[in-house]
Design a protein around this ligand. Structure first.
Ligand SMILES: C[S@@+](CC[C@H](N)C(=O)[O-])C[C@H]1O[C@@H](n2cnc3c(N)ncnc32)[C@H](O)[C@@H]1O
Length: 269
């Protein structure tokens, strides 16, 4: 039986998008859906191949929701059949758009995370376990203009499910996995229900805001590195908040005191 993906294609032809997809898929970042592609392009990702089942509909969506990237998408998107599209992605997305992006270099991220004059916090997730939570946190970090998101432990913050949860916003912040010993310099504020009430504390722009694992909270290594433990307001009978909502409240608390107010304005789609 003919494979609809490879039928009539020369895998060495650089103008053949499916051949390119197959050559690049290993090690590339899968952008699953229109919004992930839109965000990745908007934040400067290198996208060597992008496909859509209905190219015209995807460009119309761009015209409506993201006119700033419509021309770029026009140059990138190749129309493919539904069967071909389904063979490229683990789960079809309602927009039937997918692309591969080049993963940014670890060195470039480390430079950004370790710069001496950071003007926005770094979010540290200490051994997170839930891929959806990690994606949601990266989306939050991007929204608040955080310098980056660092994870410790075994979870890969560039796992396709995390990228899907992050809606392509990995490219808007520096996302890396490090050990506690490798964390950037700066004051560490670790979030823990047993800490001091965060409402009386102003978080500095160069803070490292650390959050514990969904299962076991903060590790002893991270606690040892923390300058201060802070608690989010919570009534006594409740044990804890979800990890991503804790990050949301903390970043909001930082921003409400004026952090990055020069660019936390409006709400582009
Ligand atoms: C789901 S909670 C962890 C619950 C875990 N069973 C434990 O023993 O801590 C994940 C993380 O969210 C943050 N968090 C949740 N509720 C919080 C609160 N009320 N104050 C401060 N941080 C909180 C902490 O960083 C916590 O480690």
């Amino acid at each position: 039986m003919t494979d609809p993906v490879t039928a009539g294609l020369d895998p060495l032809d650089p103008l053949d998008p499916l051949g390119r997809w197959r050559r690049l898929a290993d090690g590339a970042v899968l952008l699953d859906g229109f919004h992930a592609l839109k965000h990745a392009v908007r934040f400067g990702a290198e996208v060597p191949v992008a496909v859509a089942v209905d190219r015209r509909a995807a460009l119309a969506l761009a015209g409506e929701l993201a006119p700033d990237v419509r021309a770029a998408l026009d140059g990138l998107l190749t129309e493919v059949t539904e069967a071909t599209y389904a063979s490229l992605v683990p789960r079809p997305h309602p927009t039937a758009v997918a692309a591969l992006a080049v993963r940014p270099s670890r060195e470039a991220h480390l430079d950004r995370l370790r710069q001496a004059s950071r003007t926005t916090p770094v979010v540290v997730l200490d051994n997170p376990r839930n891929l959806g939570n990690a994606g949601a946190v990266i989306r939050l970090a991007a929204g608040f203009g955080a310098t980056g998101v660092v994870t410790t432990g075994t979870l890969d913050p560039w796992h396709p499910t995390v990228v899907r949860g992050g809606a392509g916003l990995h490219f808007a912040t520096a996302v890396e996995r490090l050990t506690v010993d490798e964390l950037p310099a700066g004051p560490v504020f670790a979030l823990d229900p047993e800490g001091d009430d965060i409402r009386g504390v102003e978080l500095p722009d160069d803070a490292l805001l650390a959050f514990g694992s969904e299962r076991s909270g903060l590790s002893p290594e991270l606690r040892a590195r923390a300058g201060r433990l802070l608690a989010l307001p919570m009534r006594p009978q409740v044990s804890s908040y979800n990890l991503a909502t804790s990050v949301a409240m903390t970043l909001y608390h930082w921003s409400a005191a004026g952090g990055a107010s020069h660019y936390l304005q409006g709400s582009p789609r």
